[in-house]
Design a protein around this ligand. Sequence first.
Ligand SMILES: [Zn+2]
Length: 601
Amino acid sequence: MIQQELPTRQRLIRLIRESGGSTLADLRRRTGLSRSTLRQHLGRMARDGVVQSYLVRRPSGRPPLMYRLTPQAELASPETYLTFLRAVFDALRSQGQERVDALFREIAERVAAQHPEIRALPDMSARLDAVRRLFFSDAEATQVERTDGGYQFSLYTCPLAPVAMEFRDLCCVTREVIRGLVGEEVEQSEWIIRGDPRCTFEVRGGGNGNGGGNGKTRAAVATVERVVKSRLSPAVEIAAEPITFAFAGSRSDPVLAQMAQGLREVFGSHGHRFAQSEDDDLRLVFNFIDAARPRPFRRKGKGTFLVTVAVTDRRPDNILKEGYPLLIRSLGNLMMYLVRSGGHVETHFVTLEQGTYQSPDLTGDAYFAYLYERLLPLACSELVIDNEFHTDLPPELWKGDELTAQLAEAGRRLDALDLLPTPFPMHELLPARDMRHIQRLFGLGGLSYGNLSVRKDATRYWMSASGVDKGHMAEIGRDMLLVKGFDPQRKVMLLSVPPHVKPRRVSVDAIEHWMIYTEHPEVGAIVHVHAWMQGVPSTAINYPCGTIQLAQAVAEKVRETPDAVHAVVGLKNHGLTITGHTLADIFDRLEEGFIRQVPMS
Ligand SMILES: [Zn+2]
């Protein structure tokens, strides 16, 4: 019935449009449909606001009823509006950021001025409730909650999201509108376009009223767990649903047995579920290996975070040199290398980014609380490394452009600064089967360190490929790729490539660069190196490369710097991310001085 109705409706719209106005008799003649069927259709179309009827005055006889289309019938597809909005924003942006900001402030003021009744409401929760009813017909999609310092206003869907992905300024409009309507300071703390489950605006003050919160929805979204506060690292709050963890390998060594027991207790005491290592939805696996014969644990999916645990009686000369091959051979994400010396055991961490740091001297519960706090955020982090290649790169870019020439040159400069350590020869350590396993899961061809990108336009940027030798980048699609977007629903990076090249994947940090470029339109280039600079602000947790959590942590630090276009941000135990107007601008600052050794803690 409905299937039939839609084509009929479309046919009627076309006929009415072509004639400029039709009577029932005209439509009967053209469609062959009965008078009553037509009346039914036209009645529904009138109710939906698609057609309107009017009487036509004639010199004689009964005036016939004419049907014509309303402007609403001519609504274009959402894509057409998006294209139009994009063009408007592009044009707006070319006027400079100040003009954009001023315009958005004005929009917010106008909206607020239209609704003085909202500000007149005495109670903040009533004001927020009014805002939500005014702008969102679907109440399920929004939520108002009481917090310590005021209120939280959350949107679970954002009608502007498809455009806001490219023009983050749009999020500011929403914030300004809420601020204007309720008359209090508003800050945004979560962004759908950044991969958060909702957009959240924190409304300060306004503590009067009893709160209109809906705690149930919140509990359903995530259980927020305050992780054990340690004296040794900043308090970290992470959203953690209970995860499933498991053990693999032999724990016959007493040190490993003790470690396993302590880990099981501390994770169990925080509500996480211990399972068998074959379980399907494992988030975290501890793989206890024999350092002389490291056995790999083969994950079912890339969502499993694998911690290799090994013990040695002999103090290694160089923890990294001895531990890193064990990490690679066991296919781990992180390694805990336990060194038995005298009566006690030291814990050294070895990371895939070739970092190593030691746990502080703790015992008993405090020690396991420390491990829990270090490991849980990493296990809960989420890789955004999937690529989708579209062979839509315009032919004039198949051989690159001015910008890819700059990118290749910047790669050579990194090489000259000796900031490109030799990629780790994974294939020499891994049997073919494990190499294939790693490639299938993570798409890695080899481990190399550092990456760089340069903005092409408002929405696209060129970036170095994953595992490529940055000192010799030449081919488009293989060494350098054009990133054209990020799909937050599917968590996939979108790339434009030439049709004739078998593309390589873009660097795993593409999501981090994407976030910085979309948030800061003036940033023209980004470079990431495994080096350090004195006194730089640093992220608090060493999230793995390619995770949305690392990207968010870095984006947050960039946002906090006084000048986002000239930011130097430290990635804990890992390296630096540097922004600039141009690549040359970044290198001028980098060449002034850096520390080769990244501080580890
Ligand atoms: Zn890195």
